[in-house]
Design a protein around this ligand. Structure first.
Ligand SMILES: Cc1cc2nc3c(=O)[nH]c(=O)nc-3n(C[C@H](O)[C@H](O)[C@H](O)COP(=O)(O)OP(=O)(O)OC[C@H]3O[C@@H](n4cnc5c(N)ncnc54)[C@H](O)[C@@H]3O)c2cc1C
Length: 366
């Protein structure tokens, strides 16, 4: 049983792991190291959609567990108010800019333009899809962790003894030349897109994505939308739109080759891409068109190019170093489950609440 666990990364995967570890009956001391601020990466800039049963075989069991944990955390800590947890309907809509559909289409939410949407499909009901405001979730979960120590600094290295057992984490602090080693019995690397910089044998790739938040005069109904918008110039735009309790969120396409900066706080935002998202979603909704952009932001999606799914478990070639990274577009949904399962692995020696065998990080070295 570990006495002291150090987690690198204060995104949703790191904070969820901190939460479950800190509440484990074995009572380990838990320290979280974050280089920028809690949820400064994708975990603060994601849509926040949760889906019960949209997942492939490798993550289906994790997702079911995690969906349930989201519901119980919301119940336990008033997540409906604190982080905007709610069940919602999810639709796929299609339209062609400037072209009215030939027939009436039923089931279009009333905040979309009349006579524009040519197709509506149901992707999820209030039984199978829900949402959170991801940054608010992360901040609340840090507060609800028991005796969690949060250190603001950049973890530069996982330090091992000669026998590959973990010694601790080397940390750099802003404006201070000397580094410090934070000792640990177990280290968890949950550094999202930065994970391979600490663990080169765990391949996590990155893609940059832009998003905006909008405030509108008229409230809109809780319908998450996956769109297919054929634009006048012939291209297809596929922004996702997530109405939240206090704002509307929309995100656009990902770019593969944008270089990842050292810190989440230094991620560059291309305002042109953000304005394009606004332009695209204005095709489907006048209410959105006349809304006010309240944030333009960008972040990096961590994903595994050689899949399947994220890496969750012990890192091969090291002793007592675990990883949880590469959650792709389902990190918000699957983080509580990931945190709970890692806690079982670290504190009880085996994962029992879900089957994530195929996410074993050792798959890359076999
Ligand atoms: C546009 C967009 C929309 C999305 N929408 C959804 C959605 O609707 N539903 C869903 O389930 N998922 C969604 N996702 C995916 C989700 O956002 C990610 O899978 C998830 O946020 C990854 O969390 P993470 O904790 O692994 O990484 P991150 O959020 O990137 O967090 C990593 C943290 O580690 C810190 N860090 C990194 N290196 C170090 C270091 N050396 N020392 C100290 N700290 C370090 C960083 O500062 C950062 O805070 C979306 C992603 C994008 C890009």
């Amino acid at each position: 049983m570990p006495q002291k666990v150090v987690i690198i990364g204060g995104g949703i995967v790191g904070v969820s792991t901190a939460y479950y570890l800190s509440h484990h009956e074995s009572n380990p001391s838990v320290t979280l190291i974050e280089a920028s601020s809690i949820a400064s990466g994708a975990s603060g800039k994601a849509g926040g959609l949760l889906a019960l049963d949209w997942h492939g075989n490798d993550t289906a069991s994790l997702a079911r567990l995690s969906y349930q944990l989201h519901a119980s955390l919301a119940e336990q800590f008033n997540g409906r108010e604190r982080w905007g947890y709610r069940e919602l309907t999810t639709l796929e809509i299609s339209c062609t800019e400037g072209k009215a559909p030939s027939r009436h289409v039923a089931g279009v939410p009333d905040w979309l333009r009349e006579g524009v949407i040519s197709k509506v499909g149901n992707l999820g009901t209030t039984q199978s899809t829900a949402q959170v405001h991801p940054r608010r979730f992360c901040e609340a979960i840090v507060k609800e962790s028991k005796n969690l120590e949060v250190i603001m600094g950049h973890a530069s290295k996982v330090v091992l003894y000669d026998d590959k057992k973990v010694k601790g984490v080397e940390v750099e602090f802003d404006g201070i030349r000397e580094t410090k080693i934070i000792e640990a019995d177990v280290v968890v690397v949950a550094a999202g897109p930065w994970t391979s910089r600490l663990l080169p044998n765990i391949p996590v790739s990155t893609q940059r994505a832009h998003s905006i938040t909008i405030s509108t005069q008229t409230p809109v109904s809780p319908h998450a939308l996956f769109t297919n918008i054929k634009l006048k110039n012939g291209s297809l735009a596929t922004p996702e739109i997530y109405p939240r309790t206090d704002e509307i969120y929309a995100c656009g396409d990902v770019e593969k080759h944008a270089p990842l900066p050292k810190f989440a706080r230094d991620v560059k935002v291309d305002e042109g891409r953000c304005r394009q998202i606004m332009k695209d979603i204005s095709v489907v909704s006048e209410i959105l068109e006349y809304g006010e952009i309240t944030a333009m932001q960008a972040c990096y999606l961590p994903y595994s190019e050689i899949g399947p799914g994220p890496s969750v478990g012990w890192v091969p070639g090291m002793r007592n170093v675990a990883v949880a990274a590469g959650h792709s577009c389902w990190g918000i949904c699957n983080a509580p489950g990931t945190g709970k399962l890692l806690t079982e692995l670290i504190c009880e020696g085996r994962i029992s609440s879900a089957n994530i065998q195929s996410l074993d990080p050792g798959r890359y070295t076999r």
